[in-house]
Design a protein around this ligand. Structure first.
Ligand code: BGP
Length: 474
């Protein structure tokens, strides 16, 4: 009983949140580079305010991040010391294709990831690679309007073909788009979208979604053609919605909210647009521009596994009622009176992870992979630099117990678990360094000061023995 013997324990990062080196090795600029910290961040992420270049008045945390570009050997060695079986990272599109629409890739960028994957291999760590983690080359946004444009399929396919070919034998696990449902909630991150005044935003978002869904099917197709060993997953920002109470109106509201997110995975895992989505689009006057072959691609190239992030459950808005809101992973939720929350208001709900695992398993019957989970907190090192992060250990232990229950008591098929931000990195939501998730403390503050020194936290040794005992010792 318990987790399978080849369970993929590990941790996750994303290129723009940890690499830095934004202008090194021939790298081009991406949307994620030019999102500053501060009050404008949220409007930019939502595509409501345009930011396509650096200016002098803002601080851009992704420029240097934690400089993993130069520290990756040291960092991977620390992951190996914890016993990681897998390390989830993303490729920065603009290291491989600096503009995005060139025909030839940038060799220096390809070499960087090759060395990084070889380093993983040396330590017996299986890389899990997100092909795009919120990144889109700035040039593709300026010239083509991001994923609203069908030409993106060609550029993305070229990127995929290039990396599948080059890293054959080094990488087997791929994710096509990080948190694909974020197109709806953070369209600048999810699809490189900036809206023009008066534009029908829903129309643009669903058109971009269609392009990404087809691009994901094409990626799955060519990944299997290039190496039948490749395993391709979709990736959802998960967390099931609860009804506020048993008023049927509120139950319906929670069903509707869940479907808004599951729509993406319904297409990627089942291979067709669900009827409720077609009806909703029709009612909202959304008309997708599609080609016939799109639907064949979707039907024939569904994903091999379902991956998702889980931080919190959510509560659906009450019809005609007053309710307090609280923050969550990018999009807000109604406050749940039964749950505690993190310092950033994200509600803590380990049983919600068991519920979410069961919901996804019941819906798709495909292997699942949790590729993000964790607690963002302010860590205060003592005079020796050590962080006693018992709060993080408590959060993770409770969530691992919940997934163990889902495996042992409910029989769901779970193949792996990656904590988010296994080393401290820049927050996607706030751009801050002070919101930390890691087992490894990085000396860097919100303004970009610090030595970048890496120090193991208390949770480092705790996670090491969790992995060594295959989840038995929590
Ligand atoms: C997810 C993203 C990650 C990550 C995480 C935590 O949405 O895939 O990139 O950052 O959430 O969010 P935050 O950094 O805002 O705390």
């Amino acid at each position: 009983m318990g987790f399978r013997s080849d369970f993929l324990w590990g941790g996750a990062t994303a290129a723009n949140q940890c690499e830095g080196g934004y202008d090194q090795g021939g790298r081009g600029l991406a949307n994620v580079d030019v999102i500053p910290t501060g009050p404008d961040r949220s409007a930019i992420i939502q595509g409501k305010e345009k930011m396509l270049a650096f200016d002098d008045t803002h601080f851009y945390p992704a420029k240097e991040a934690i400089d993993m570009y130069h520290h990756y050997k040291e960092d991977i060695a620390l992951f190996a010391e914890m016993g990681f079986k897998t390390y989830r990272l993303s490729i920065a599109w603009t290291r491989i294709f600096p503009l995005g629409d060139e025909l030839e890739p940038n060799e220096e960028g390809l070499l960087f990831y090759q060395r990084l994957f070889e380093e993983c291999q040396k330590h017996g760590i299986e890389p899990l690679v997100t092909i795009t983690h919120f990144d889109c080359p700035i040039h593709l946004i300026k010239e083509y309007g991001g994923w609203r444009n069908r030409k993106m399929l060609t550029f993305y396919e070229r990127l995929c073909r290039t990396v599948f070919t080059r890293y054959k034998g080094l990488v087997r696990y791929w994710l096509t788009f990080n948190e694909i449902n974020m197109i709806l909630h953070a369209p600048f991150l999810g699809a490189g979208l900036c809206f023009e005044p008066g534009e029908d935003e829903e129309q643009v978002k669903y058109q971009a979604a269609h392009h990404e869904l087809v691009a994901s099917a094409i990626a799955t197709k060519i990944a299997h053609e290039i190496d039948p060993e490749n395993q391709v997953g979709c990736m959802l920002a998960a967390g099931s919605y609860y009804a506020f109470n048993c008023n049927p109106e509120n139950v319906w509201s929670s069903r509707t909210k869940d479907r808004q997110n599951y729509f993406f995975i319904d297409v990627q895992a089942r291979g067709y647009y669900p009827t409720y989505a077609l009806k909703q689009m029709e009612q909202a006057g959304i008309e997708l521009v599609t080609e016939e072959k799109d639907f064949e691609l979707l039907a024939e190239h569904t994903v091999d596994f379902i991956s998702f992030s889980y931080y919190s459950s959510r509560v659906a808005p009450v019809k005609d009622g007053e309710q307090a809101e609280t923050a969550g992973n990018i999009f807000a939720s109604v406050k749940n009176p039964f749950l505690e929350a993190s310092e950033w208001g994200w509600q803590i709900d380990p049983l919600g992870l068991r519920i979410t695992l069961n919901d996804i398993w019941d819906r798709y019957q495909k292997p699942m992979f949790i590729v993000e989970n964790g607690l963002g907190a302010v860590d205060v090192p003592d005079e020796t630099g050590y962080v006693e992060d018992d709060y993080r250990i408590d959060y993770l232990a409770a969530h691992i117990q919940a997934m163990k229950d889902a495996v042992e008591l409910d029989g769901v098929d779970l193949i792996g678990y990656n904590t988010w931000g296994c080393i401290d990195l820049v927050s996607a939501g706030t751009g801050e360094m002070k919101k930390r998730y890691g087992f490894i403390y990085v000396d860097r503050d919100n303004e970009g000061n610090g030595t970048l020194k890496r120090t193991k936290k208390k949770s480092f040794d705790w996670y090491k023995q969790v992995i060594a005992s295959n989840g038995e010792n929590l």
